[in-house]
Write a protein that binds this ligand. Structure first.
Ligand SMILES: [Zn+2]
Length: 195
């Protein structure tokens, strides 16, 4: 079974209310003490309803997880992903947004004119500066669902072009980078079609 199929199968179990909760024991942790070999990197939102291990019914040692509000990525997140690819041999990277994402909503509601001087502003501005979001605004198609999709598309494009390491690995077809959206009502994850 491919890494992507493993995630899809796990999400099917989760969304049907029949998770098996694999790899969650102390025994499993001890098996991993010699080293970790997670089969996927998942970049998702910090939202408490979006933990990758639960959504994909995985456990210890399975997923290399990156989470920020709005799944935005900067140098620290990129460095983390590069580490997973270079040193842990991860070949699948999933950028997973979710419906009703608060960070995306903050952008949609304020159209980027977030007026508080805090660090949340950085996240809202980041999303507001994404080309994919601006294309929506220009086309007069800004809605929550479209904005969530555009934010995921941005994350995927960002990683495919991230030098060094990710861009080269992607172009040499050594890694797969794919977008997905998680529905926080049904629990289902929809993956983009791989071209
Ligand atoms: Zn969110």
């Amino acid at each position: 079974m491919s890494s992507l199929q493993k995630l899809q199968e796990g999400n099917k179990r989760f969304a049907s209310g029949k998770p098996v909760h694999p790899d969650e024991t102390l025994k499993r942790l001890r098996e991993l003490k010699g080293g970790q070999h997670p089969f996927a990197v998942v970049v998702s939102c910090s939202d408490s309803r979006v933990p990758a291990e639960l959504v994909f019914d995985q456990g210890l040692g399975d997923i290399f997880s990156i989470r920020t509000a709005g799944n935005v990525m900067g140098d620290y997140e990129l460095g983390s992903i590069e580490y997973a690819v270079e040193h842990l041999d991860c070949k699948l990277i999933v950028v997973m947004g979710h419906k009703s994402c608060g960070a995306v909503k903050a952008f949609v509601d304020t159209k980027g004119n977030y007026d508080q001087e805090d660090h949340i502003k950085k996240i809202v501005e980041y999303i507001g500066n994404e080309k994919e979001e601006n294309d929506l605004v220009k086309a007069n198609k800004l809605s929550m669902d479209n904005a969530v999709n555009a934010n995921v598309l941005h994350g995927v494009n960002f990683l495919k072009n991230a030098e060094p390491i990710l861009k080269e690995n992607y172009e040499q077809k050594k890694i797969t980078i794919i977008g997905a959206v998680y529905d926080i009502e049904t629990g289902k994850v929809t993956f983009e079609k791989i071209k």
